[in-house]
Design a protein around this ligand. Structure first.
Ligand code: SAM
Length: 240
């Protein structure tokens, strides 16, 4: 089975031998792929929707993997027991929903060794959320697929890992765009930054072209100029 670039990047980040819990599994492609490849021994494929879950069930059955992958109707982590999995994947949903699932499932969350998250929106907020809730980001990926950029973060609980992950504070642009992606001068991130810069330039041109910018326009211009400054600071890292 072939995975999309986005799901392949997520699959790559899953630690070999770990039991997976995929919350919001939809079609169940990820657990099926990982078990088929023998990268993981088993998984729980969970979804809040009966429709998506039956799609996953069908796919698992067709692959003959019912013994290894259990499907479960679950709103977030509600029906997942603590210690049932080592890796938690939540992918393809908005950042605010993801954060709600993590907050409401706090007790269950404590049983996981690693989280792999791919928020569809509010990625910087999710990065901050992880730091403020006792996790440390250890790896990042960005994928460009069908004209869309997807950011993926892998995080582990900070407690007990202090020696492995030094407390180096992240800068504003590292929270915005991803510390490790910037450090590695990730070429896809560069494309993303260039596109974001172009968008800000267009907005500023539009504001400048307006006859009499009102107070709102001035506030907006200041915001966009600040965003532009941070994008340029991030792009500067590609120069040295
Ligand atoms: N994770 C897959 C991926 O990345 O390709 C599927 C993403 S799909 C766009 C989002 C899935 O999340 C849907 O199947 C939806 O039913 C499920 N979902 C939304 N809210 C959820 C919640 N609170 N708990 C569990 N699943 C949820």
């Amino acid at each position: 089975m072939e995975l999309s670039l986005r799901l392949s990047a997520i699959a790559e980040l899953v630690t070999e031998g770990n039991r997976l819990v995929d919350v919001g599994c939809d079609h169940g492609y990820l657990p099926v792929y990982l078990v088929e490849k023998k990268k993981i021994p088993g998984a729980v494929a969970a979804d809040v929707g009966k429709g998506p879950l039956s799609r996953a069930e069908e796919h698992i059955r067709q692959s003959g993997l019912e013994t290894y992958i259990e499907t479960r109707l679950s709103n977030g982590l509600q029906e997942i027991k603590k210690g049932e999995g080592d890796t938690l994947v939540i992918a393809g949903m908005g950042g605010p929903l993801m954060e709600r699932i993590l907050s409401e499932g706090r007790r269950t969350l404590a049983g996981f060794q690693e989280l792999i998250l791919q928020p569809q929106s509010d990625v910087p907020h999710v990065r901050r959320y992880l730091f403020m809730n006792g996790f440390r980001i250890t790896e990042e990926r960005v994928v460009l697929e069908d004209g869309k950029f997807y950011f993926i973060v892998k995080a582990i609980p900070a407690a007990g890992n202090n020696s492995r992950i030094p407390e180096v504070p992240w800068t504003e642009e590292e929270f915005l765009f991803g510390k490790f992606l910037l450090e590695n001068r990730n070429p896809i991130l560069k494309k993303y930054l260039q596109r974001e810069l172009m968008i800000r330039d267009r907005i500023l041109d539009r504001i400048a072209g307006a006859d009499m910018p009102g107070e709102k326009a001035v506030t907006r211009r200041n915001e966009v100029e600040e965003e532009r400054r941070l994008i340029l600071a991030a792009l500067k890292r590609y120069e040295s």
